[in-house]
Ligand binder design. Structure first.
Ligand code: GUN
Length: 297
């Protein structure tokens, strides 16, 4: 079967260009540029790379951006004080605290300290709760990126069986919630599988749309999918690679070469969901600065 490649890199550029046009209009109307702050703790290599990518995207959109760095030894009280200052700063529209945090800091306490109106990651319980009952909110960047991919590629989701592999708070749960909502994209019958699911293939074979977010390279093979499935691969694992300039390569949860010939459409890794996540964070930041979803009911 000839499959359609869901090119997240290309689509993300379209989204960033749209946002940049919006920013130019704001500036022309005498408003300031949207401002995103990323809080980065320690020197985790993957987090450094992700934050650098987010700051680069800010530049492409015409946003102001700031990276606020803390050492690995920052105390929770210091971090909470920094968050309180960002909450109070009228020059900051949205901010993120890049995860993971060092083990001595309670991640949930940090997330709950963020003003939900500036929570462009959509991690605060206020945003998660509003998402679950279908109220306007900040939708997490990865779930929003997945929905945008389905929407912009014109993939009809109504009545489809969507199987989500992974139940994380960042991807699996909010994605399942979005796709079951009475909206388009949405209106799916949703099954969520996880590490305690026996015979995973039994479920994945029933999927019209398969979304994997577990970080297990090669987990999904051709014997686990049906002909004509749409596959969105959220897994991003770094594997050492001697021939890559960076010394590593990114691989998804799906054995792409094996699975793709059976798909109607599939995302590559890299260049699929990853760039859409960053573009969606930019979308959320633009919303925070212009039409905050938490002001709407
Ligand atoms: N770590 C991995 N993904 C994310 C994300 O989307 N946001 C934040 N803040 N940290 C992350």
């Amino acid at each position: 079967m000839a499959f359609q490649l869901l090119n997240g890199r290309e689509l993300s550029l379209t989204v960033l260009t749209e946002i940049a046009a919006g920013v130019r209009k704001l500036i022309a109307a005498g408003r300031r540029a949207p401002h995103l702050v990323a809080v980065l703790v320690g020197n985790d290599l993957a987090s450094e790379t992700y934050v650098a990518g987010k700051m680069r995207a800010c530049e492409q959109c015409g946003f102001r951006s700031t990276t606020l760095r803390f050492g690995n030894d920052v105390t929770q009280a210091e971090l909470l004080a920094a968050i309180a200052a960002l909450n109070a700063d009228d020059e900051v529209d949205g901010f993120i605290v890049q995860l993971p945090l060092p083990p001595h800091i309670a991640e949930q306490a940090v997330i709950e300290a963020i003003d939900p109106r500036k929570d462009v990651d959509g991690f605060h319980p206020m945003n998660v709760g509003r998402l679950s009952i279908g109220l306007p909110c900040f939708v997490g960047a990865t779930p929003l990126g997945l929905i945008t991919l389905l929407d912009r590629y014109g993939i009809d989701t109504t009545g489809k069986h969507c199987v989500v592999v992974g139940r994380s708070n960042i991807v699996g749960k909010p994605t399942a919630m979005l796709l079951m909502q009475k909206s388009n994209p949405g209106n799916c019958t949703v099954t969520v599988c996880h590490s305690a699911t026996p015979d995973l293939a039994r479920y994945t074979r029933m999927a019209d749309i398969l979304i994997t977010a577990v970080g297990q390279p090669g987990l999904i093979t051709s014997s686990m999918v049906s002909e004509g499935v749409v596959v969105l691969d959220v897994g991003i694992t770094r594997q050492p690679c001697a021939t890559a300039r960076s010394g590593y390569r990114l691989v998804g949860d799906v054995d792409f070469d094996d699975v793709a010939p059976h798909c109607a459409a599939i995302t590559p890794v890299p260049g699929g969901v990853g760039p859409m996540t960053i573009a969606s964070l930019m979308r959320n930041t633009y919303l925070a600065a212009t039409a905050n979803p938490l002001d709407q009911s």
